[in-house]
Write a protein that binds this ligand. Structure first.
Ligand code: GAR
Length: 204
């Protein structure tokens, strides 16, 4: 059976290097998907310059343009729906998603996090890992649930922490692995090659 391309909506706030790796994998034919829309909550995010080079539809949703958090996320939900998005990909989107939106995309919303969850959830985690003194860190792709970085884990990659690492060098080494495993995890999910059993994500 020939499957149609999965329609992705990618949410970004900044540099967009994970977005770029998704674009590259699609263009190389490694990911049977299309990016229906990229939504940013930051008007001048570098991620939006990347989409310009690839003719991808973008939308800036201004968080200041709404009375509260609910209005902002309702608008994001509207844009996703208008663009027939099937899977929501958080790629450096620096906000906690409310349950109202998560429940629309249950088990179809993914996030990448630059640490080995459940260690170091939240922000600034490469620095926290370094300061804690762990010998290994890495990255995690997980389904999004109502907690902060708590959803079922799809893939992880381990990165050693070197003695002369700085936050910058460790972040770079982790980022390289992010770019590898995020498209791989998206591929697993859009092709229904995983199932969730309890908290465990099992390959079918
Ligand atoms: C990435 O390291 C991603 O894992 C992290 O932000 C960076 C975005 O980089 N996400 C989080 O910390 C989410 N809690 P990018 O914009 O170049 O993809």
């Amino acid at each position: 059976m020939i499957m149609g391309k999965a329609k992705l909506g990618v949410l970004v706030s900044g540099r967009g290097s994970n977005l770029q790796s998704i674009i590259d994998n699609i263009e190389k034919g490694k990911l049977n998907a299309e990016i229906a829309v990229v939504i940013s909550d930051v008007e001048d995010a570098y991620a939006l310059e990347r989409t310009g080079k690839h003719n991808i539809k973008t939308c800036f949703v201004n968080p200041k343009g709404f009375k509260g958090r609910d209005g902002f996320f309702d608008e994001i939900g509207k844009v996703l729906k208008q663009n027939s998005v099937e899977y929501v990909i958080l790629a450096g989107f620096m906000r906690i998603i409310p349950l109202s939106l998560i429940s629309i995309y249950k088990n179809k919303m993914l996030n990448i996090h630059p640490a080995l969850l459940p260690s170091f959830p939240g922000l600034g985690v490469q620095k926290k890992a370094l300061e804690y003194g762990v010998k290994y860190s890495g990255c995690t792709v997980h389904f999004v649930d109502e907690g902060c970085d708590t959803g079922p884990i799809i893939l992880q990659a381990v990165v050693p922490v070197l003695e002369d690492d700085t936050e910058e060098t460790l972040s770079q080494r982790i980022l390289k692995e992010e770019h590898r495993i995020y498209p791989e995890a998206i591929d697993l999910v859009i092709n229904s090659r995983v199932k969730i059993v309890g908290r465990r994500v099992i390959k079918k």
